[in-house]
Design a protein around this ligand. Structure first.
Ligand code: RFL
Ligand code: PHB
Length: 394
């Protein structure tokens, strides 16, 4: 096992793997420690929407080939309410697009790229803990195959997701936490069924929110709003399909949802969370380790990718010229973007879900907002700008 590296990275999710590969391209050495197996991280079903900037980043990193071949480029989305669909055309509004490509495929491509360049990823690195964070040689201790190891680093990147160990290792009182949970969750399925629509459909229905997405021309990804403490055992496939049919139905009855065998099913909580600052000494937090958004805006993976991009540039500046300017501004740069994305994700979530206990006034206000967003060019341009990804600036 390696005992010394320039950047020790905890977590082989999108944030950790993108960071590791960007550092490699800058000639900077890193070691990625991942608690799970390679198979597990390459099969975990999560996000699906890549902003245009994320696609460009991955392509410029040299891992865009399969993404270009298999990714589904979408030029707009549909919002459905009061039984009618409304197309928001990203291409004509902002000249940009999104790509549907599953997160686990991004992870597979990144792992392949790292290993092909002799990158070091230690899978099943257990009990990771971070130490001496304010010294010049912070350390990561972990167990592999029952043996304890210590990795001495110049810097540590905490890319270990929301439930990781890095953020809780920052001493009390250093971080300000902004946290909001929502009184609903998403029940998601993957189904072996051709997508019933060419574009994503976000539906606000009396029975609750529903989302139609996809993974390929053969696989649909569908979500419905449910209670946060819902037991998945109460949701046999037939009940899920029934709700999906109802929540996507159009007033003219013309739209049809194609069913197919359900191959995966899960419930995800909805949360907004920010830790400020995203740095403590020589520990930098990136991605879900630092912030969480509810999935309605399809932003989590994309935010993780931009954090990794800023951090890689900051570290590259440091190693090439000794400059710590960007490193010192890492948190400020990332949080500025993060808060705009937090607002967008919260806004999409509030506009599209049925809010338990909402008053008749709130319901009408919500429908009026959807009407405005889908009928005003100014409002739909703002939505399109956010959805396809805000410009990347330092
Ligand atoms: P990850 O992907 O959670 O990766 C963290 C990695 O760290 C490992 N780990 C540890 N390793 C070593 N030691 C420890 N102590 C460790 N603790 C944890 C974990 O095993 C894991 O491999 O975080 P990262 O890299 O920051 O990436 C964030 C994204 O995964 C996340 O934001 C997105 O999945 C969110 N998200 C979406 N994002 C989008 O951009 N577009 C979408 O369409 C989208 N849809 C979604 C989503 C998330 C969802 N769920 C399940 C919450 C849809 C859903 C339903
Ligand atoms: C997905 O395809 O998993 C997906 C799409 C859009 C979202 C969230 C998730 O807002």
């Amino acid at each position: 096992m390696p005992e010394r590296t320039q950047v020790g990275i905890v977590g082989a999710g999108p944030a950790g793997l993108i960071l590791s590969h960007l550092l490699h391209l800058e000639g900077i050495d890193s070691v990625v420690l991942e608690v799970h197996t390679r198979k597990y991280i390459e099969e975990r079903v999560r996000a699906g929407v890549l902003e245009q900037g994320t696609v460009e980043l991955l392509t410029n990193m040299g891992i865009g080939d399969r993404l270009k071949r298999e990714g589904l480029v979408h030029h707009g989305v549909q919002f459905r309410f009061r039984g009618q669909g409304h197309h928001i055309d990203f291409q004509s509004l902002v000249g940009r697009s999104i790509t549907i490509y599953a997160q686990q495929e991004v992870v597979k491509d990144l792992v392949n790229a790292r290993l092909a360049s002799n990158g070091q990823i230690v899978f099943e690195a257990m009990d990771a803990s971070v130490h001496d964070l304010t010294s010049k040689s912070p350390k990561i201790r972990y167990h592999k195959d029952g043996v304890e190891h210590e990795l001495v680093c110049d810097f540590i990147a905490g890319c270990d997701g929301f439930h990781g160990v890095c953020r809780p290792s920052v001493p009390e009182g250093v971080l300000t936490i902004y946290d909001r949970t929502y009184p609903f969750a998403w029940l998601g399925i993957l189904a072996q069924a051709p997508p019933s629509s060419e574009e994503l459909i976000y539906s606000n229905h009396e029975l609750g929110f529903a989302l139609l997405s996809m993974r390929s021309p053969e696989i649909s990804r569908l979500y419905i709003q449910c209670d946060p403490d819902e037991d998945i055992a109460n949701w046999p496939d037939a009940r899920i399909w029934e709700q999906l049919h109802l929540r996507f139905a159009t007033r003219d009855g013309a739209w049809k949802l194609t069913e197919g065998p359900v191959i995966q099913k899960n419930i995800a909580e909805m949360r907004s969370f920010v830790a400020d600052p995203m740095q403590y000494g020589r520990l930098f937090l990136a991605g879900d380790a630092a912030h969480i958004v509810p999935p309605t805006g399809a932003k989590g993976l994309n935010l993780a990718a931009t954090d990794a991009r800023v951090l890689a540039r900051a570290l590259a500046d440091y190693y090439s010229s000794g400059s710590t300017d960007l490193m010192q501004r890492y948190s400020e740069i990332c949080l500025r973007r993060c808060w705009k994305v937090q607002h967008f994700s919260w806004w999409m979530t509030s506009m599209l879900h049925r809010i338990p206990g909402e008053s008749p006034f709130d319901r009408q206000r919500q429908l009026a907002e959807l009407d405005y967003v889908t009928s005003s060019r100014a409002a739909s341009t703002a939505l399109a700008e956010h959805y396809t990804g805000l410009p990347f600036t330092f």
